[in-house]
Design a protein. Structure first.
Length: 280
């Protein structure tokens, strides 16, 4: 992952495994999704510019314990684009509609990068649909992304070498091929430089138990990630050492263990609580 384009590169092994899925109409969006496993529903929300293959290191582990449902958002992967710009509010609304129609009730949400932003918005808007929330490498506003990284991303073109991996992943599965990649990338560039804008007051409304997970060299700064963790009332924080924005692909065994422990178990009592100390 280059400093000029921090969202660009994805490890090759993240593409392993066959993906089978189907389409469902969610309003104006013909959404493609993959479904594997049985048990409590878990919705995976992929990052920006990449399809579900980016979850290749998580799907086998998670689907052995949960009913994993993984939609691809508008314009991403196999889900066709719709008219108009990309924005997080629309994608959150799509996700709410998807959960209502496909899951039919509350689910665990695990979102990476843009998927984490969408997860935050869903948890704010529809707390009744979120059991537990995991956000990986997500920023709640533009202050979380260093200015030099924002500027660097703005100079990266859709056909650049920095974009080779996500471009190849998209083109391999998207109905529109390279043309749809160029459209997605153009819309993503606009969105990434103007959004998200989630107020701290809104984050404080989240009621779902939340795990905020980050690499120690992630795209959002550690200070920003710490504020996200500190603002959500019932949150836990995990910072993975020696990892970047692609933390769940770089250290999948550790990340999967952290996430599954959070989803499957109740919090362990601590001996010397400070933030979680009972009010007197």
């Amino acid at each position: 992952m280059t400093r000029s384009s921090p969202r660009a590169s994805l490890p090759e092994d993240a593409r392993k495994g066959d993906v089978m899925g189907q389409y469902i109409d969610i309003g104006t969006v013909k959404t493609w999704y993959d479904e594997q496993g049985e048990g409590e529903p878990l919705v995976l929300l992929h990052g920006g510019l990449v399809p579900n293959e980016s979850w290749g290191m998580q799907m086998p582990e998670f689907s052995a314990r949960f009913r994993v449902v993984a939609p691809e958002r508008r314009g991403h992967g196999r889900t066709p684009d719709v008219e108009g710009p990309l924005n997080y509010d629309d994608m959150a609304a799509d996700t709410i509609g998807f959960i209502e129609k496909v899951v039919g009730g509350p689910a665990h949400l695990v979102g990476w990068s843009d998927g984490g932003i969408v997860g935050l918005l869903v948890a704010i808007e529809r707390p009744d649909l979120v059991r537990k929330l995991v956000v990986i490498g997500a920023n709640y506003d533009l202050t979380g992304v260093p200015a030099e990284l924002q500027e660097g991303l703005g100079h990266v073109t859709a056909d650049s070498e920095d974009m080779a991996m996500p471009r190849a992943m998209h083109v391999a599965v998207a109905p529109g091929g390279l043309e749809s990649w160029n459209t997605l990338y153009e819309k993503f560039q606009v969105m990434a430089h103007t959004q998200p804008h989630i107020a701290l007051e809104e984050l404080a409304r989240i009621t779902a138990p939340t795990l905020v997970l980050s690499g120690d060299d992630d795209l959002p700064t550690l200070e920003h990630t710490a504020t996200l963790y500190g603002t959500i009332p019932n949150a836990e924080l995990a910072v993975v050492p020696g990892a970047s924005h692609a933390v769940m692909m770089e250290k999948p065994e550790l990340v999967n263990r952290i996430i599954l422990d959070f989803l499957e178990k109740e919090p362990s009592p601590t001996m010397m609580p400070v933030r979680r100390a009972p009010a007197h």
